[in-house]
Design a protein around this ligand. Structure first.
Ligand SMILES: O=C(O)C1=C[C@@H](OP(=O)(O)O)[C@@H](O)[C@H](O)C1
Ligand SMILES: C=C(OP(=O)(O)O)C(=O)O
Length: 408
C-alpha cells in the first residue's frame, strides 16, 4: 500500500490497548537462549519483523544471513556467528549497508575473529570466516556510536575462554540498552561487574530459563503522544511494568510537561490528560528512539523544546534528524540545530490551520510513520508506506482503529 489517510472524528479516546511486545528484549532473549543451548522457554516474544528475522536466521543453515533492516539482528548475530565459529555472510537492506559496523568488527578481530568486508570497509556486507581465540580478553570500544556493538560483545563474553574486560571509552550513548543486556544475561544466570568504564564478565555458562518479554515502551510512546494531542483521552496500555528493563520507560516522565500523567495499574499503565507546560528540555542520549515522538508532539502542540543527545539518530533506519526536519516543515514546525553545542530547538511554531491536510513521507522508517500518526488528531494526515511499522509494531494501525481513528 502506498499511503493511508487518517483522521479522528471526535478527538475523544477511551480505550485499552494490548501493547506489542519489546523487540529489543525479544532479540536479546533469543540470542542468549540460543547461546544457552536453546532449551529455555521464551514467552510474549515480539511479532516485530526484526524479531521474526532473528528467529528465522538463528534457525537457518544458509551461508548468507540477510537481516533486512534490523540493526540489533545485524550486530547481535555478527557476534553470535563469530563465537559459534560459523562461516557467514551478513548482509541487509541498502540502508543497513550504510549503517556502520566497523567498531564491532575491530573488537571481534582483536578477540580472534576472521572477518572481511565484502564491499566497503566498515560497513555490511561482511564475511565472517571463523574464530580462533587470540588470547586477548581486554578490549576497548567507543561508547558513542551504537550501544548495540557493546551488547553484542557482552552477550558472547561468558563463552570466551578468558571472559571479557570491556573498556568503554568516551561518552556512552543508549546506556539503558547496555543495562538491559546485562540484566537479561543475569536472568539466564550470567553475572558481571561494572566498575567505572570497565565491564567484566568471567567465563560462565548460560542456564536455560523461562523468560517473559515485557511490552514495548518505545511503542508506548506513540500512545503518550496521542493522549497529549487528543481533546479528551484515557488509555490503558497493558503489559508495561513500572520497574522496566527498557530505558524508553522514561517516556512517562518526559511526557508529564506535554500533558500526560501515568498511573501504574496491576496490568500496565493508565494514561490521562493533565495541563501541559509551555516548554521542555530533554536529553535523549539514553532513549534515542523517543526523540521523533516527542519532537512531533511538541511541534504539534506548539510547545517550545530544547533537545540534546540526538546525534545517533543520523545512523538509524534513516537520518532521522533530517527526516523529522523535512516532515515537521509540512505543517510549519521546525527542528533547528544550534551549531555550537549539539543542541536542537523546536521554536514555538505558527502552525498551519487545522483544515490543511499533511502528507508524511516515512523514509523506510517505522518510527517516522508512528511518530507522525498522532497528528491525525489535529488534521487529516496521509502516511506514506504505512507498512513500515511492521519492523517493530505490526499491529499499530489496527490498534489505532480500536482507538477510534478512521483509516482509509
Ligand atoms: O540494543 C537495542 O535493542 C537498541 C539500541 C539502540 O540503538 P543504539 O545503541 O545504536 O543507539 C536503539 O536505538 C535501538 O532501537 C535498539
Ligand atoms: C534504531 C532502531 O532499530 P535498529 O537499530 O535495531 O535497526 C529502532 O527500532 O528505532
Amino acid at each position: 500500500m502506498d499511503f493511508i489517510r487518517l483522521h479522528h472524528p471526535t478527538g475523544k479516546i477511551n480505550t485499552t490497548i494490548q501493547l506489542a511486545s519489546s523487540k529489543s528484549e525479544s532479540n536479546r532473549s533469543l540470542v542468549i537462549n540460543a547461546l544457552s543451548g536453546g532449551k529455555g522457554t521464551l514467552t510474549n516474544l515480539s511479532e516485530a519483523r526484526d524479531t521474526q528475522t532473528m528467529q528465522r536466521l538463528l534457525a537457518s543453515n544458509d551461508q548468507i544471513w540477510d537481516v533486512l533492516d534490523a540493526g540489533t539482528t545485524m550486530r547481535f548475530l555478527t557476534a553470535y556467528a563469530t563465537i559459534t565459529n560459523q562461516d557467514k555472510i551478513m548482509t541487509g537492506t541498502a540502508r543497513m549497508c550504510e549503517r556502520p559496523i566497523g567498531l564491532l568488527v575491530d573488537a571481534l578481530r582483536v578477540l580472534g575473529a576472521t572477518i572481511d568486508y565484502v564491499k566497503q570497509e566498515g560497513y555490511p556486507p561482511i564475511h565472517i570466516k571463523g574464530f580462533q581465540f587470540s588470547g586477548k580478553s581486554h578490549i576497548q570500544i567507543r561508547g558513542d556510536v551504537s550501544s548495540q556493538y557493546i551488547s553484542a560483545l557482552l552477550m558472547i563474553a561468558p563463552l570466551l575462554p578468558e571472559g571479557l574486560q570491556l573498556e568503554l571509552t568516551g561518552v556512552i550513548g543508549s546506556r539503558p540498552y547496555i543495562e538491559m543486556t546485562l540484566r537479561q544475561m543475569e536472568a539466564f544466570g550470567v553475572y558481571h561487574e561494572w566498575n567505572g568504564n570497565i565491564i567484566r564478565v568471567k567465563p560462565q555458562t548460560y542456564q536455560p530459563t523461562s523468560y517473559q518479554v515485557e511490552s514495548d515502551w518505545s511503542g508506548a510512546s506513540y500512545w503518550y503522544s496521542i493522549v497529549a494531542l487528543a481533546e479528551e483521552a484515557e488509555i490503558e496500555l497493558l503489559g508495561l511494568k513500572e520497574n522496566s528493563l527498557q530505558g524508553d520507560s522514561r517516556i512517562a516522565e518526559i511526557m508529564v510537561p506535554l500533558g500526560v500523567a501515568s498511573t501504574f495499574t496491576k496490568r500496565g499503565v493508565l494514561l490521562k490528560k493533565i495541563t501541559a507546560q509551555p516548554s521542555i528540555v530533554v536529553d535523549f542520549s539514553d532513549c534515542p528512539d523517543l526523540a521523533q515522538t516527542v519532537a512531533v508532539c511538541c511541534a504539534a502542540k506548539g510547545i517550545e523544546a530544547e533537545f540534546t543527545g540526538i546525534e545517533s539518530l543520523k545512523i538509524k533506519e534513516t537520518d532521522r534528524v533530517k527526516a523529522v526536519q523535512n516532515e515537521l516543515g509540512k505543517f510549519n514546525g521546525e527542528l533547528i540545530e544550534v551549531e555550537t553545542n549539539h543542541t536542537y530547538k523546536i521554536p514555538k511554531p505558527v502552525l498551519l490551520d487545522n483544515h490543511t491536510p499533511v502528507r508524511i513521507h516515512t523514509y523506510d522508517d517505522h518510527r517516522m510513520a508512528m511518530a507522525f500518526a498522532p497528528l491525525a488528531l489535529q488534521r487529516e494526515t496521509v502516511i506514506e508506506h504505512p507498512n513500515v511499522v511492521v519492523k517493530s509494531y505490526p499491529g499499530f494501525w489496527d490498534d489505532l482503529r480500536k482507538a477510534g481513528f478512521v483509516i482509509s
